[in-house]
Write a protein that binds this ligand. Structure first.
Ligand SMILES: Cc1cc2nc3c(=O)[nH]c(=O)nc-3n(C[C@H](O)[C@H](O)[C@H](O)COP(=O)(O)OP(=O)(O)OC[C@H]3O[C@@H](n4cnc5c(N)ncnc54)[C@H](O)[C@@H]3O)c2cc1C
Length: 496
């Protein structure tokens, strides 16, 4: 008999798990609270402008293709990817750096500072690439159930070899003397919501992946990928129920037995949760079933990643001098990151600009642009701001952007202005404390110590998504979905 699986949430983790399970012969239904799939990979459409609302940078393209290849179809029939090179401009003080994954361009850039910096860069790359191979083979694609899965001689030796005890910044700095080049290789840990000055050094794999595997673009914008996953899942026979907020995971004898929506029960053989882990253990699982993650631990002990303030701006101008991806770094980047981590309003903010209208006409009317500005921001754990304060701050960022990039009269060309705040992350996606990236990937919340894909305290309950193993970022969350599905398959053999 077919096994029925309910999945809570149609984010990337939920869709990835759903495709793998449906393809393997399970009968899968996804219940999603919002009116569309994709979770944070969302899209906003206003007055002829469209905006990718969340992720914009495609790294590790092979992982994006995996759910399609694994289920026997050609990813090119579902979405189109192209490589972007040079892939990003980074402005530090008045200097503009161009980031490329072309070795000739990289060599020129580092040698412009000093040959010693290039030598240091090559040594850094070989060091971090070795750690990446170790992490990929032994940790990222490995899920954990029991103590012995991690605390065994082989894994402990491999974990020691990662030498991940110093911060990303300190680990990289020892190879590269030039401070601006150090900055160029450090802001990338913010992609997963952790400071390079305090986060474990293994996250230097992020800039390494950018440089070695390139940055890609999905034609029509990132949301096309969420639509592609949805299409594949439905083709396989899976069902998606939108506008369906799950209020409770039903349990009997320490086993998940289904879900409840508005008092109506939907029985299932197994449940996969894609909703944010800390939110789910606090709100969906009855507290008497909670040994490992009681309320107190969730609210006071777990560490949370940053959030961000997003500005979606439709303008009646084009910006040919603004690359697809641009970063403006604060002059004192370390202080800026510390301010965010300590719940303060950054005085001199770093921010990221996405300008898809440069290469894709589908985002805005003719001669117009759809711009996205992302400002890393404190989550709601230590302090909450009013919506008015967020809006005032957003106006400051617009003025700053106009000045930093010398775009004359920018403000008068804005036709559409929408702001997305940490409060919106909490209310729209049920992200605990309004984080953008889930649980912070500290050393004690990574690998074995991150919530497992199979839930420890209840049978037949599995987790996929940014707050669970292996962590945040689209390719990593796709992997999380696959790991959760594989854990479920170990427990439920279809011919039994
Ligand atoms: C602004 C921003 C920029 C980013 N940029 C990048 C980038 O450039 N590249 C990159 O690789 N990654 C990026 N990321 C990270 C990446 O987008 C996320 O890690 C990933 O999309 C998270 O997917 P998820 O499936 O874990 O969670 P979510 O996307 O949060 O999905 C969870 C789903 O569960 C639903 N849900 C919650 N509660 C319930 C309930 N009770 N009942 C039913 N449904 C429920 C939610 O509505 C949501 O649809 C970015 C993230 C943000 C926020």
């Amino acid at each position: 008999m077919k096994k029925e699986v309910s999945i809570i949430g149609a984010g990337i983790g939920g869709l990835s798990a759903a495709i793998e399970l449906q393809h393997s012969g399970y009968d899968v239904t996804i219940f999603e609270k919002n009116h569309q799939v994709g979770g944070k990979m969302n899209r906003l459409e206003v007055d002829g402008f469209k905006f990718d609302m969340g992720p914009t940078i495609v790294m590790m393209p092979d992982i994006y293709k995996k759910p399609f290849i694994d289920t026997g179809v050609n990813p090119d029939d579902y979405f189109t990817m192209e490589r972007i090179d040079p892939f990003m401009d980074v402005k530090i003080n008045d200097k503009q750096y161009v980031l490329s994954s072309d070795l000739v361009a990289i060599t020129q850039q580092f040698e412009n500072a000093d040959g010693i910096d290039m030598l240091g860069f090559l040594n850094y790359l070989s060091d971090i690439y070795g750690k990446y191979l170790n992490a990929k083979d032994n940790f990222i694609y490995q899920s954990y159930r029991s103590f012995k899965d991690f605390f065994n001689v082989k894994t402990l030796i491999n974990s020691f070899k990662l030498k991940t005890f110093s911060s990303s910044f300190n680990d990289m700095k020892k190879f590269i003397p030039n401070q601006e080049l150090q900055y160029l290789l450090s802001f990338q840990t913010l992609y997963i919501g952790i400071s390079p000055f305090s986060g474990p050094s293994i996250y230097n794999i992020i800039p390494m992946i950018e440089l070695l595997y390139g940055i890609w673009y999905i034609k029509g914008g990132m949301y096309e990928y969420a639509l592609a996953l949805k299409k594949r899942f439905e083709e396989l026979g899976g069902r998606i129920q939108l506008d369906s907020e799950v209020t409770r995971i039903e349990t009997r004898n320490r086993t998940a037995t289904g879900i409840t929506i508005d008092g109506v029960s939907f029985p299932a053989d197994a449940v996969v949760v894609n909703a944010d882990f800390p939110y789910a253990v606090e709100n969906l699982i009855p507290q008497n079933n909670q040994k490992t993650y009681p309320k107190k631990r969730v609210n006071q002990k777990l560490k949370y990643s940053m959030s961000c303030l997003l500005l979606y701006l439709g303008t009646d101008q084009k910006y040919p001098n603004l690359n697809l991806h641009t970063i403006k770094m604060a002059s004192d980047f370390e202080n800026n990151v510390n301010e965010i981590e300590n719940g303060k309003l950054p005085k001199d903010a770093s921010y990221y600009i996405y300008n898809p209208s440069l290469i894709d006409d589908s985002f805005a009317p003719q001669d117009s642009s759809s711009l996205y500005l992302l400002v890393p921001f404190a989550n709601l754990q230590s302090k909450q701001w009013s919506e008015a304060e967020y809006y005032q701050y957003a106006d400051k960022i617009i003025a700053k952007f106009q000045k930093d990039f010398a775009i004359e009269d920018f403000q008068n060309h804005i036709q559409v202005k929408k702001i997305f705040t940490p409060n919106n992350f909490a209310s729209l996606y049920n992200s605990k404390f309004g984080t953008a990236f889930g649980l912070k990937p500290t050393l004690l919340q990574s690998n074995y110590f991150r919530p497992h894909n199979k839930f420890k305290d209840l049978n037949n309950l599995y987790f996929a998504g940014a707050s669970t193993h292996p962590g945040a970022g689209v390719p990593i969350v796709i992997t999380s979905g696959e790991l959760a599905a594989n854990e479920l398959k170990k427990d439920f053999k279809l011919n039994e």
